[in-house]
Design a protein around this ligand. Structure first.
Ligand SMILES: Cc1cc2nc3c(=O)[nH]c(=O)nc-3n(C[C@H](O)[C@H](O)[C@H](O)COP(=O)(O)O)c2cc1C
Length: 178
């Protein structure tokens, strides 16, 4: 299959996840094009399937991803697609945090009108050493509230790579059956 992967990222974790997805798909014999939503990705119309990912910052996804989806909504709704959402809420022990993340995804898809075959929530990363002073302060405060680490001397990755692999395999199996 010829598959397009489009992603939005602010600190780089969603790009890392998108590249991991690219590797899984390529190893499975697919041809993959990967693009940052900021870099004018190709239209999905020449592909057999599309995966789109974005990360949550202050309860919102990257506007570049929203623009890409709305610009290509007609083609996207005619083809198999999956949306992967990256955030820290899903790394929390609090069920309300998970609910909130699912609601952000649900509202985003409703606003754009895109109806992907599958969606998933992927835990991202806390990159204290890469944040500027204010971002570090905000993230430290949020982390304290949510019981995450406040040691800002290191970065922390919460991504469950096996779960990402499982999701991609389920998606490709589903397309193969349709
Ligand atoms: C300033 C800032 C705001 C964030 N806001 C949220 C949020 O509202 N909800 C959430 O679950 N995660 C939030 N996060 C966590 C990010 O979603 C997480 O760090 C993710 O890995 C970022 O992905 P990216 O590197 O691809 O941008 C925030 C992170 C930062 C730095």
């Amino acid at each position: 299959m010829n598959i397009l992967v489009v992603y939005g990222t602010t600190e780089g974790q969603t790009r890392k996840i998108a590249r991991f997805i690219e590797n899984i798909l390529t190893s499975g014999g697919n041809k993959v094009t990967i693009a940052d939503a900021c870099d004018e990705p190709p239209s999905p119309k020449d592909y057999d399937a599309v995966l789109i990912g974005a990360s949550i910052h202050m309860h919102n996804y990257q506007s570049s991803v929203k623009h890409y989806i709305t610009r290509h909504i007609t083609e996207l709704n005619k083809m198999p697609g999956a949306f992967f959402s990256v955030c820290l809420a899903v790394a929390s022990d609090l069920e309300d945090e998970h609910k909130e993340a699912r609601k952000i995804t649900h509202d985003f898809l409703e606003q754009t009108g895109w109806k992907p075959l599958m969606t998933t929530q992927i835990a991202g990363a806390l990159k204290y050493t890469q944040y500027d002073f204010f971002k570090r302060l905000i993230m430290k405060m949020i982390s304290k509230k949510e019981g995450r680490t406040t040691d800002t001397s290191k970065d922390y990755e919460y991504t469950d790579w096996d779960a990402v692999k499982k999701f991609i395999n389920e998606f490709t199996d589903k397309i193969a059956k349709t």
